[in-house]
Write a protein that binds this ligand. Structure first.
Ligand code: G3H
Ligand code: 13P
Ligand code: ZN
Length: 309
């Protein structure tokens, strides 16, 4: 089976009240850990590559690794550009063989966001590729852009119909209080489910995307802290909130920070327990294994997409 788009995945997820996990990848071990989990749970997957990941690993290498994952697993897998910030970047990902791209023009005005998104949609659809856009602005860090909490803003449901109708976009990321990174909430976690509900009513059967959806799994934060890390105040989105979002219009849940925490926790632990090791296979094996465990947990307990491949 070749790489797929997210069209069919999202249609099934919408009707089945579950969500597809979109996991950020930067290297072979992460891809293998995620895909092993998907195989064991028979789950469809979205593997996504940020522009930082492109710079780090070269999209051509990542594409080949993801193609190998498709061959090896037989799973429906979409290769997605995460937070594409320009038409040129989206075009280049499409030329590289990505099956889905995100154009994130959310920092522009509403009109400019529509204009840039429409250009990307036109090129992508001409090439059989689907497009995710963003309306509203999440707080947190993406590549070199750091959006402060004051500059973040919730999605205005009154704008979504016009945006989707004018752009022809295939899915929409909205801001309901999640943020990127490992420090999402100072006090209690609070998501604006009222906005999600209203967006769902205004856009029937339309797939909504939730970014910044790591739970910042306390166990991994504890491991990192126990073995010399310092992550005071790290806090993510409670899993029951993510399950609720998945049962509503959210069809794609983005997870990056949890995988970073798992990978790093396993490596820290390994070196404290085995300070003399220097073969990368010795410390990357437990890192890959913990990614797999983390992703299996997400597929079954958070996303509900196990058995849906
Ligand atoms: O939303 C951002 C993702 O977590 C990707 O992070 O840009 O550091 O690769 P990155
Ligand atoms: P987290 O930082 O919560 O994992 O969010 C990742 C994300 O939204 C990638 O686009
Ligand atoms: Zn994101």
């Amino acid at each position: 089976m070749p790489l797929v788009t997210t069209k069919e995945m999202f249609a099934k997820a919408y009707d089945g009240n579950y969500a597809i996990g979109a996991f950020n990848v930067n290297n072979m071990e992460m891809i293998q850990g995620i895909v092993e989990a998907g195989k064991e749970e028979n789950a469809p997957l979205i593997l996504q590559v940020s522009s930082g990941a492109r710079k780090y690993a070269n999209p051509k290498y990542l594409k080949k690794l993801v193609e190998a994952a498709v061959d090896d697993s037989g799973l429906p897998i979409a290769l997605h550009l995460d937070h594409g910030d320009s038409y040129d970047l989206c075009k280049s990902a499409i030329e590289d063989g990505f099956t889905s791209v995100m154009i994130d023009a959310s920092h522009h005005s509403f009109e400019e966001n529509i204009k840039i998104t429409s250009q990307v949609v036109k090129y992508a659809h001409d090439h059989g590729v689907v497009v995710e856009a963003e309306l509203g602005r999440l707080a947190g860090i993406e590549d070199d852009v750091n959006v402060s909490a004051e500059n973040a803003c919730y999605t205005d449901p009154a704008q979504v119909e016009e945006f989707v109708q004018k752009t022809g976009v295939d899915s929409l990321a909205i801001a309901i209080g999640t943020s990127h990174g490992a420090y999402k909430f100072k006090g209690d976690a609070m998501l604006r489910f009222d906005i999600l509900e209203e967006v769902g009513k205004r856009l029937p059967k339309f797939p909504i995307v939730l970014h910044g959806a790591s739970s910042v799994i306390p166990e991994y934060v504890d491991i990192i802290n126990e073995f010399g890390g310092m992550m005071p105040g790290a806090k993510g989105v409670p899993e029951d909130m993510l399950r609720k979002a998945a049962s509503m219009a959210v069809c794609k849940i983005n997870i990056d920070s949890d995988l970073r925490l798992a990978f790093t926790a396993a490596i820290r632990k390994h070196f404290v327990e085995n300070p003399a090791h220097f073969d990368p296979r010795q410390y990357l094996s437990p890192a890959r294994a913990l990614i797999k465990e983390c992703v299996k947990h997400k597929l079954v307990n958070v996303l509900g997409c196990n058995g849906k491949a």
